[in-house]
Design a protein around this ligand. Structure first.
Ligand code: NAP
Ligand code: F7E
Length: 344
């Protein structure tokens, strides 16, 4: 089996590649050219799986439709996972056009290429709970109404709908995985869970004094990314293409996540967390809670890692990272404070 993954260098791309390689897939991934290396999350896979060509990387970009189409024609994958995106909601308000172009043109470019290929290719679209908007406390499932609150959410609604349209119109095997938030030590450092776990590790190591956050009352259904990539693969093995929700069924606030994280290093979050308006968004998704009973019943999928264990996995990882930072600091190789200067 051959899989092509867009977004292979991201959190989910890294875990999904690892899973597919363990199932014997030949994995192809697209990598954007950047001025510094951007493959840190998959460097371990590169070192073990590129020698025998089981992992192959190609320069491309979701906005370069000709390169994406050529790649699909050349690789002739059995499965395409479209994980590439500008995935940060706050940044989508700052870069709305790019976020929208990626979300919309990326998905339709791949669907068009697949439709014209003389081969049955399965397509996975990374849909998101952000499409629901989070204004009510209802449990959300595959039939819940979309009410996106950001350019990011709106671009995901387009990609979701166009996948359904290609499924119904052209019989393309197009799957929408509506995934609620999923986190891990590979989570980008400007998403709130990783921002917290990283700060807790550094505060415990004595190299950071405060953590500045935005809305502490926002509530999310947070699961573990490794569990969710298994769900993606299961959806693609099901006998028909459908929409599926993956979620834990528990919603916790940002404050609860921070409290739990600080508790693990015997500290009280109130002593370290301050809030700033600069991390508030023009429009907020207040509350998300997912109902994944369809995936649990039909795909036999279930999340293995619960909230407390997730926080523990992330904080323990970042305690170790902070120890490495202390060593670098002692050698004057990094500056004493760490706060990402641009983004939320
Ligand atoms: P992520 O860590 O931000 O990774 C995003 C990936 O997209 C990276 O590999 C990035 O490449 C790539 N990318 C960005 N711009 C691109 C472009 N122009 N062309 C090709 N690739 C591009 O995101 P993630 O958390 O793994 O999420 C994977 C997918 O699931 C995304 O589509 C996200 O929107 C969606 N999703 C995520 C969650 C969640 O909670 N994590 C929930 C629901 C849906 P670089 O490494 O070069 O930046
Ligand atoms: O924010 C609040 C913020 O940026 C979570 C993406 O993977 O999941 C992710 O989107 C909540 C929001 O993730 C800070 O206002 C408070 O209410 O970690 P986040 P997200 O916006 O939920 C969905 C499902 C996706 O599809 C997306 O791709 O936390 N919050 N203080 C903060 N958020 C950030 N980033 N930074 C703060 O300081």
């Amino acid at each position: 089996m051959k899989a092509l993954i867009t977004g292979i260098t991201g959190q989910d791309g890294a875990y999904l590649s690892e899973l597919l390689l363990s199932h014997g897939y030949e994995v192809h991934g697209i990598v954007r050219r950047s001025s510094s290396f951007n493959t840190a999350r998959i460097d371990n896979l590169i070192s073990t799986h590129t020698k025998d060509n089981m992992l192959q990387l190609h320069y491309s970009d979701l906005l370069d439709s000709s390169s994406i189409t050529n790649l699909i024609n050349n690789v002739q994958p059995d499965e395409v996972y479209n994980l590439g995106a500008q995935s940060h909601v706050a940044v989508s308000f700052q870069n709305p056009i790019l976020t929208t172009q990626l979300g919309t043109l990326g998905s339709i470019t791949i669907l068009e290429a697949i439709r014209h290929l003389d081969k049955d290719v399965k397509f996975y679209q990374a849909s998101s709970s952000e499409m629901f908007g989070g204004s009510s406390k209802d449990m959300l499932n595959e039939n819940s109404v979309f009410d996106a609150k950001s350019p990011y959410g709106a671009s995901k609604v387009f990609a979701h709908e166009i996948t359904k349209i290609y499924r119904e119109s052209y019989n393309v095997f197009g799957v929408n995985g509506i995934l609620f938030n999923h986190e891990s030590p590979l989570r980008g450092e400007t998403f709130v869970t990783r921002k917290i776990s990283k700060a807790v590790g550094r505060i415990a190591a004595g190299i950071q004094s405060k953590l500045t956050l935005g809305n502490l009352d926002a509530s999310r259904d947070w699961g573990y990314a490794k569990d969710y990539v298994k769900g993606m693969w299961l959806m693609m093995q099901h006998n028909q293409a459908e929409d599926w929700v993956l979620a834990t069924g528990t919603s916790k606030t940002v404050r609860e996540f921070a409290e739990e994280a600080f508790k693990l290093v015997n500290l009280n979050m109130e002593d370290y967390v301050i809030t700033s308006e600069k991390y508030l968004r023009p429009n907020e998704v207040d509350y998300l809670l997912g109902d994944s009973s369809k995936a649990r019943n039909i795909l036999n999928w279930k999340p293995e890692v619960g909230f407390k264990e997730l926080v523990k996995i992330m904080v323990e990882f970042d305690i170790n990272e902070a120890k490495k930072d202390v060593a670098l600091l002692n050698d004057n190789l990094i500056s004493p404070t760490w706060e990402y200067p641009v983004v939320k």
